[in-house]
Design a binder for this molecule. Structure first.
Ligand code: ADP
Ligand code: GN1
Ligand code: MG
Length: 370
């Protein structure tokens, strides 16, 4: 993607969206790895309003118009559900701001897609939970998100990234990255490659269960890391699920598992000191409780039984994706220094190893909730 100039974003992009007021500040925002996110502050006759303006990564989302169509449809449905249940439909759901032409996105001269949301004020997006309660709230948010969308017509959703959590396909892509070795870094990572190859058989467990009909397909978020849920800054209660780019039919285990790999760790996703990185089984239990409450009794006994597989699968898959990107030359995830993807891969593999050690305990915990 082309580098961006803040002045151009301010003068050429922001004015294409329907707003009143003068821009008083525009800066990069958040820690997402994929899109370019800006926080825009405006002043209209003394009233300050803020917006999230994003350039969608078109290398990754090949049909950004379909991404935005999904988001508009899902948020309209979700907002209606919030209204019906007496929820906070203004802050509990993201709101897309239309362009002057009445569209949900703007295409610039480079062919890049832009979209804008109302900034949800007085909220927090955390890179790690600061307490058990924070993590519990995020669990309730993602579980509730899945429950509220259970009646959404899944067949109307576009598949924005094909095979997004199909781990066997991810494994094939990983083998391709090894073969191509586009970055020339292959000799640095023989141990990491062995770590993945030793677990090839495991990569099939969830897709096999889906194929056999043991697990149902649901409407899932698919990117449930802690910084994709906003907590109310004052009460620290769950407020709003964001980053809706990958809403697609998927497994409950994906949403559960991706949260665990990110939030049930004692350190950041890119921590260099692996002695600080541990899988926290207490946080795992807190998340099980919150997620199942959020899902409101919808999960089948098989789905609950396979939540630990979801946690290990999403962690292994993500580590494998970071490793593949390292071998490809850092073309997918935003990186801030040369070995960033490798550091991220190491934390994920450390967590997988600890999950394997604590496997029986994980199973015991979920069985208590069946
Ligand atoms: P990416 O796909 O790059 O992760 P996100 O959609 O997650 O992009 O946005 C990046 C960050 O911006 C989020 O982690 C969150 O902190 C913040 N954010 C996104 N949308 C909103 C919103 N409507 N209100 C407040 N903060 C938001
Ligand atoms: C990306 O967009 P963001 O930063 O919330 C990625 C997820 C990974 C995550 C790893 C569309 O999420 O799949 O799990 O990084 N999103 C996409 O932190 O690939
Ligand atoms: Mg995000």
């Amino acid at each position: 993607m082309k580098p961006l100039n803040i002045e151009n974003v301010k003068n050429d992009i922001f004015p294409k969206f329907v707003t009143k007021g003068v821009v008083t500040d525009l800066c990069r925002y958040g820690n997402g790895h994929i899109n370019d996110t800006f926080l825009v502050t405006t002043d209209f006759e003394g009233v300050i309003r803020r917006f999230i303006l994003q350039r969608v990564n078109k290398e990754i989302f090949k049909k950004p118009d379909e991404v935005i169509e999904n988001i508009v449809n899902v948020t309209d449905f979700f907002r209606q559900k919030l209204r019906e249940s007496g929820g906070d439909y203004k802050r509990g759901c993201i709101t897309v701001i239309k362009t002057l032409d009445g569209d949900g996105y703007y295409v610039d001269a480079e062919g890049d897609f832009w979209r804008m949301y109302i900034f949800i004020e007085d909220s927090l997006a955390l890179d790690l939970p600061e307490s058990k309660e924070d993590f519990y709230e995020s669990a309730r948010a993602f579980g509730g998100f899945q429950r509220m969308l259970s009646e959404f017509p899944a067949e109307t959703l576009h598949e924005t990234i094909i095979n997004f959590h199909n781990t066997p396909v991810r494994y094939q892509n990983f083998l391709k990255a090894i073969e191509e070795n586009r970055s020339g870094r292959l000799q640095n990572v023989s141990e990491e490659i062995k770590f993945v190859k030793d677990r090839e058989e495991f990569t099939h467990v969830l897709t096999d269960a889906l194929e056999k009909g043991d697990l149902p397909l649901r409407v899932t978020h698919n990117d449930t890391k802690m910084n994709n849920v906003l907590l109310d800054a004052a009460t620290r209660k769950q407020l709003c699920v964001v980053d809706l780019d990958t809403i697609m039919p998927g497994l409950a285990a994906y949403d559960f598992g991706d949260s665990i790999r990110f939030g049930a760790s004692t350190a950041a996703e890119d921590e260099k000191d692996l002695d600080k990185v541990h899988f926290d089984i207490e946080l795992f239990e807190v998340y099980v409780k919150g997620f199942l409450e959020g899902c409101g009794g919808q999960l089948t006994a098989n789905e609950i039984e396979m939540l630990p597989e979801g946690a290990k699968m999403m962690t292994l898959e993500c580590g494998m994706r970071f490793l593949s990107d390292y071998l490809d030359g850092d073309t997918y995830f935003r990186t801030h220094y040369p070995d960033h993807n490798l550091d991220r891969c190491h934390t994920q593999f450390k967590l997988v190893s600890e999950m394997e050690q604590k496997w029986d305990e994980m199973k015991k915990i979920v069985r208590a909730y069946k």
